[in-house]
Design a binder for this molecule. Structure first.
Ligand SMILES: *Cc1c(COP(=O)(O)O)cnc(C)c1O
Length: 392
């Protein structure tokens, strides 16, 4: 079915793209739990190994269930290709290792996922790859940070936890003017709400662990881009091995079938939540790209098909006031994960951003009263009643 679906809409691709039926003509995608594949002859084995003949060899390289997921995700992102990986971090690592070498440089926005910051800031320098971190939204800062050796510009939009929106088309111009590639971590919006490649990005990163699975079951990741770039990522992956398990690929395929409806419903619930919080007397400020009060509301409207499902807000008062809200939750899950149908609540200053110095936290706007909610599919009224108890 792959390659025959150029006219299908997003909703249809999310359910159908990439499926190839076996001899049994199964309706649901088959799960191929096998690490290797059998050849009919010595000649076929040789041809498969040399690449002269396409086909599966060993699951570190390819597996049909993983291939189906890759084709479906590529179709959803409007990409020529996709390589699935064991986690979102594996996707970022594979991209860097495949496309960069010692002596080259990354420009990244400061407000990126914590583990990405750690990878760029503490691990890659050991291999001669340095990163300059630039404040989100500072176009000039990005231009100024570019070096002749800059290979990748890396952004995440909207950002975590303050939902700052970054102009993807503008970042692509800055990167391309200096011969660099723009990488966008599209974890928060997913292709249901935002397609960075259409705005000029060269590579899209996913933590499939989040909204693509959408039900908090498995780890997974992916990188999407053109054929030549994916060929490089594949060469690294098949040798180094951060490959996605076929079981996880199968679970994520089931998740993708409901991606469009989940993102639509969770975005709507998040907007409802953001409006309610904004009107609450105990809330000082709400951060949500779908609210007209958001500083980049116009940009978010142009770039995203919805506000997403992450809402952050400052409770009036300090840590005690924020913790009181968390500790009074009986419905919302107290966990740092996000992207689930179950709503989660996090106090970033003492968890996800707890290792950053208080000064650095304050500089990036993450105060002691800040809470982040990843809104799920429960009834907004039930969620609000749960928060109202702690807000007082
Ligand atoms: C979770 C996350 C990652 C890392 O994904 P894992 O699957 O946990 O490795 C990367 N980027 C963003 C924005 C994330 O939220």
């Amino acid at each position: 079915m792959s390659g025959e679906s150029p006219d299908w809409s997003f909703e249809t691709l999310a359910v159908r793209a990439g499926q190839e039926r076996s001899q049994f003509n199964e309706h649901s995608e088959a799960l191929y739990l096998t690490s290797s594949f059998v050849f009919r002859s010595a000649a076929e084995a040789a041809a498969r190994f040399s690449g002269a003949e396409p086909g599966n060899v060993y699951a570190r390289f390819t597996n049909p269930t993983v291939t189906t997921l890759q084709e479906r995700l590529a179709a959803l992102e409007g990409a020529e290709g996709c390589i699935a990986t064991a986690s979102g971090m594996a996707a970022i690592m594979a991209t860097v290792m495949a496309l960069m070498k010692s002596g080259e440089h990354i420009v990244a926005s400061r407000s990126i996922f914590g583990a990405t910051q750690q990878l760029f800031g503490t691990i890659l320098p050991r291999f001669g790859i340095d990163t300059s971190f630039v404040d989100q939204g500072a176009d000039d800062g990005f231009r100024a940070a570019m070096r002749p050796t800059t290979k990748l510009v890396f952004i995440e939009t909207p950002s975590n936890p303050l939902t700052e929106v970054f102009d993807i088309a503008a970042a692509a111009k800055v990167a391309h003017a200096r011969g660099a590639l723009l990488v966008v971590d599209n974890c928060f919006c997913t292709p249901a709400l935002q397609r960075p490649l259409q705005l000029g990005a060269d590579l899209v990163i996913h933590s499939a662990t989040k909204y693509l699975d959408g039900q908090g079951r498995v780890l997974g990741g992916a990188v999407c881009g053109n054929k030549a770039l994916m060929e490089e990522v594949f060469k690294f992956l098949r040798t180094a091995g951060p490959t996605l398990s076929p079981f996880n690929a199968w679970v994520i395929l089931k998740g993708l079938e409901t991606l469009a409806v989940r993102m639509r419903a969770q975005s709507a619930n998040a907007l409802d939540m953001a409006r309610w919080l904004e009107a609450h007397p105990r809330v000082a400020r709400v951060y949500f790209p779908g609210l007209p009060s958001h500083p980049q509301y116009q940009l978010a409207c142009r770039q995203q098909a919805g506000g997403g499902a992450i809402v952050a807000f400052d409770v009036k008062g300090e840590r005690e006031a924020a913790w009181r809200v968390v500790d009074n939750c009986r419905l919302l899950s107290i966990t740092a994960n996000l992207g689930d149908t179950k709503t989660t609540i996090t106090h970033p200053a003492s968890t996800t951003h707890g290792r950053i110095s208080a000064e650095a936290r304050a500089a990036s706007g993450i105060g002691e009263g800040l809470l982040r909610i990843a809104v799920g599919l429960e009834s907004p009224a039930d969620l609000q009643a749960d928060l109202a108890r702690g807000l007082g």
